[in-house]
Design a protein around this ligand. Structure first.
Ligand SMILES: NC(=O)c1ccc[n+]([C@@H]2O[C@H](COP(=O)([O-])OP(=O)(O)OC[C@H]3O[C@@H](n4cnc5c(N)ncnc54)[C@H](O)[C@@H]3O)[C@@H](O)[C@H]2O)c1
Length: 458
């Protein structure tokens, strides 16, 4: 494949060497004549393990050359990869001037190009940037996105120091686009790498680098705060973190990593309070750990705000304990939301098949008696009753009964769509038809329902 690479800095130099090694014909483009001259004399533009040999052999074999002439580079290639810098502006925003300049250069070049051209943004950019770049290219070239050219987001995850190894052995290659044709071309470009290619939405790909890097930063600061607490307690922080990382089921796993409602229950809130208090007693500032509970409270407030925004007074809560399959109400986040709704005069009905007031004992009973003493009058195990008597339904867990009702409704929706009206009565009542659903757990069965649907953070 013939590939032009805009920007011969860290990412561009490594990409150029590695893509040439994968067998492609590469033209590097940079505004710096020094960098162009370095590449054309077989030398890398950066200091990095294994890069010198890679660039030297690519240039010697005729697979790699460089130029300052962007037009020539675009006209002689099928794919252009943008690797220019995206530094922070003084206000902390992204400075996209280099990206936009390259977009103009590419637009000017493809004005005179009559084969499909793929533009890949490898630089780190925020969601929406590909579309702005496409608009610039459209304006300058007079050509249309997805017809004359396609945009692909392909974030770079390499680490300096191990950049070549990371490039050749990534966890995966991520590509996002609105154009299937462009996606397929870029997928082919990475043929030869062992790693799987993940194809996704354009804006998902654009966002991933930020989420990854924020998560990495969070892991570093969390580990440091745990270490600081360990030190004052004379506990070996390395042993602690080593054991934490050994749990691949709950700790280093996708468990707990789904956007949705607040955490709750008898352990997490209590144990976080204890750890924060311990840190405070030892005069330790742990801003990451101490802001977790505040973030959790904000998520409850968000649910309350969404419910209030619907301007309906009759609210049905589907699921009341802190998670499905239990009757434990202690610090269940929805209990807090309901308590506040009651305070505001809302008419509440609650379905939970596991919670029977007469069976509650111990601290669970004490907790709910303090919070909502008249719960008996609000709660039932009859989901249909709650649905019938509510305008807004809040789904808080994935209990089978809740799924079943939503599945029934989906069937009705499908039959309506296919015009098969007769089967309406066989498939259940369209009970949810005029309801508003607020989904806190992203239940697939709810999302495509005929009712007005609102997800908590999706
Ligand atoms: N360095 C890393 O480890 C790393 C890792 C992943 C992602 N990224 C991202 O990749 C992007 C590039 O980072 P980098 O470290 O390679 O930057 P860099 O500053 O090392 O290189 C950018 C290059 O682009 C060139 N350039 C600027 N304007 C140009 C134009 N109009 N035409 C052609 N070339 C032009 C510059 O001369 C420079 O050589 C950034 O968005 C960065 O956030 C960097």
């Amino acid at each position: 494949m013939k590939i032009s690479i805009f920007g011969l800095g860290y990412v561009g130099c490594v990409s150029a060497g590695c893509l040439a090694r994968l067998g492609h014909q590469v033209i590097g483009v940079d505004v710096s004549e020094t960098k162009v001259a370095l590449i054309n004399s077989g030398r890398a533009t950066i200091i990095e393990n294994n890069i010198d040999e890679l660039i030297e052999s690519a240039q010697k074999s005729g697979k790699l050359e460089a130029t300052t002439d962007s037009k020539k580079a675009v006209l002689n290639t099928d794919v252009s990869i943008i690797c220019v810098g995206t530094p922070s502006s003084k206000t902390g925003h992204l400075n996209l001037e280099y990206i936009y300049k390259v977009a103009k250069d590419i637009g000017l070049a493809i004005k005179n190009k009559y084969t499909f051209h793929v533009i890949v943004i490898r630089s780190t950019i925020l969601p929406g940037t590909d579309n702005v770049v496409a608009k610039i290219i459209e304006d300058v070239s007079g050509k249309q996105k997805n017809i004359a050219f396609g945009m692909v987001s392909n974030p770079e995850f390499l680490r300096e120091g191990t950049a070549v190894r990371d490039y050749m052995n990534p966890s995966f290659t991520l590509i996002g686009s609105e154009s299937e044709a462009a996606l397929n071309i870029v997928e082919k470009m990475y043929k030869g790498l062992e790693a799987p290619v993940i194809k996704t939405d354009l804006n998902v790909a654009e966002f991933m680098k930020y989420v990854n890097n924020t998560f990495h930063a969070l892991k570093v600061t969390f580990s440091n705060e745990v270490g600081n607490i360990c030190k004052v307690l004379n506990v070996d922080s390395y042993k602690v973190m080593e054991i934490l990382c050994m749990d691949k089921k709950l700790n280093l796993s996708s468990y707990y990593m789904k956007p949705g409602f607040a955490y709750g229950g008898s352990c997490l809130p209590k144990d976080l309070r204890a750890l924060n208090t311990l840190a405070r007693d030892n005069y330790l500032d742990v801003p990451v750990i101490s802001s977790i509970a505040r973030s959790n409270e904000l998520q409850k407030q968000k649910v309350l705000d969404i419910i209030i925004s619907k301007n309906k007074k009759k609210i049905g809560i589907l699921g009341f304990s802190f998670k499905e399959g239990t009757d434990d109400l202690r610090e269940s986040p929805i209990v807090d939301v309901v308590e506040r709704l009651i305070g505001k005069g809302y008419d509440i009905k609650i379905f939970d098949k596991n919670v029977f007031i007469s069976n509650l004992t111990g601290t669970n009973k004490e907790y709910i008696e303090k919070k909502i003493p008249h719960l008996q009058n609000l709660i039932t195990d009859d989901i249909k009753y709650v649905i019938e008597n509510s305008d807004v339904l809040v789904i808080t867990n994935k209990e089978k009964e809740i799924k079943d009702v939503l599945m029934e409704e989906k069937l009705v929706a499908v039959n309506y769509a296919s015009g098969s009206h007769e089967s309406y009565s066989e498939c259940g009542n369209s009970e949810l038809e005029d309801k508003i659903i607020i989904d806190l757990v992203r239940m697939d069965e709810a999302e495509k329902n005929i009712a007005e649907y609102d997800g908590l953070c999706w």
